[in-house]
Design a protein around this ligand. Structure first.
Ligand SMILES: *Cc1c(COP(=O)(O)O)cnc(C)c1O
Length: 369
């Protein structure tokens, strides 16, 4: 157990009864409480849990001008045994630290990060959805609040953690996800911030993303920033190709976000004795493998979607199509295995879950609401 026992200011007006748990979106309603902690006078101060609500910052706040901000994304689940589990928060704590370093933001104690999440989940445990595929999405974020127009690291920050009950990111009814390999724009370049989870990376992808959507695709498949030749990732998901019986995913060489789901997939593949390679893979190699009938499967891996089978990839005038309905797909096995671990339906042999002890109140679904 951690040394942190955070003060809680409970809300006087819960919004829980207004939420339609039969029609959840992805992050458009937020739970009653949030974690808040401020950095000033050279240290992180006053960690606490308070009612979720608007915050006040000055218009001169550095984050608003120069984008000094980082975030994280992870999930909590109500298990089949009704226990509450948070999936691999230590990995997110570690990655947040790396993002902070890249953006010159003072580090957060990793124990505080995990304790804050556990206590927040316990306080809002009635907000955890109950159906398979649904979860409480947890969004930690840190941003510079010092009012100043100099381009420099701030001396004041706010660290918040908000949570939202969510459905699955992609509805599986539509089959798989369709991607357009982007031949012109760049998400991240060597030496840039591609491996940090920072909002600026996303802002730069909106315009190409709109173009992908206008052409009938769900998402952009990013190629390397120098030659637009090697595959990188999808922007919220890392990507895996199965060529014959080998799984291939691009290596973490600085332009790709080191996904927790990517790491979980590699661990599961390894333990299953599957062949896998972390190596550069060019879009030409992908096209050639498809032509030869060797490209069996493509899927994305990320917290929001877990595993998303890819149904279609377009690169310039070539379109690759994949059958995402057939049985025995590795993507289906990986999805089931990960969700089973997350929800306590399968044994957690890796110690990936942190069990949250919540007050002994009945779960929302059992109150008949
Ligand atoms: C968060 C993110 C991912 C997926 O990482 P997970 O830890 O698996 O959720 C992939 N790419 C980018 C750019 C991301 O921001």
């Amino acid at each position: 157990m951690s040394d942190y026992n955070l003060p809680v200011t409970p809300t006087t007006q819960s919004r829980l009864a207004k939420v339609d748990f039969d029609d959840l979106g992805f992050g458009d309603v937020f739970s009653d409480h949030m974690f808040s902690c401020e950095f000033y006078n050279g240290t992180w101060q006053d960690p606490q849990i308070v009612p979720y609500g608007p915050i006040s910052i000055e218009p001169g706040a550095l984050c608003l001008h120069y984008g000094q901000a980082v975030f994280e994304g992870l999930k909590a689940f109500r298990g089949v045994d009704h226990l509450l589990r948070v999936f691999r928060p230590e990995m997110n704590a570690e990655r947040l630290q790396q993002s902070c370093e890249r953006l010159c933001i003072p580090a957060i104690d990793q124990e505080l990060f995990c304790a804050a999440i556990e206590q927040l989940v316990a306080v809002d445990e009635k907000w955890l959805p109950t159906r398979r595929g649904e979860s409480l999405y947890i969004r930690p974020l840190i941003f510079a609040t010092e009012p100043n127009l100099l381009v420099k690291p701030a001396d004041r920050y706010l660290f918040l953690i908000i949570t939202a009950p969510v459905r699955e990111y992609f509805s599986t009814e539509g089959g798989g996800v369709s991607l357009r390999a982007e031949p012109k724009y760049t998400r991240a370049a060597m030496g840039g911030t591609g491996s940090a989870k920072t909002g600026g990376n996303y802002a730069a992808t909106l315009l190409p993303g709109m173009e992908s959507v206008a052409l009938g695709f769900d998402q952009t498949l990013w190629l390397d920033g120098r030659d637009h030749c090697y595959v990188e990732e999808v922007g919220q998901m890392n990507i895996f190709f199965k060529i014959e019986d080998t799984f291939i995913t691009p290596p973490l060489h600085g332009t790709i976000l080191p996904g927790v789901t990517r790491n979980s997939v590699l661990t599961l593949l390894k333990d299953r004795g599957a062949k896998y390679e972390e190596r550069p893979i060019s879009i030409d190699e992908v096209l050639a493998a498809y032509e030869d009938g060797k490209l069996k499967e493509v899927f994305g891996a990320g917290t929001a979607a877990v595993i998303a089978p890819i149904q279609r990839i377009a690169y310039q005038d070539t379109i690759l199509e994949f059958d995402v309905e057939s049985s025995g797909l590795a993507s289906q096995w990986l999805y089931d295995t990960i969700v089973d671990i997350q929800t306590g339906a399968a044994e957690d042999t890796y110690g990936w879950n942190r069990i949250v002890s919540a007050p002994q109140t009945p779960a929302r679904s059992m109150t008949g609401s």
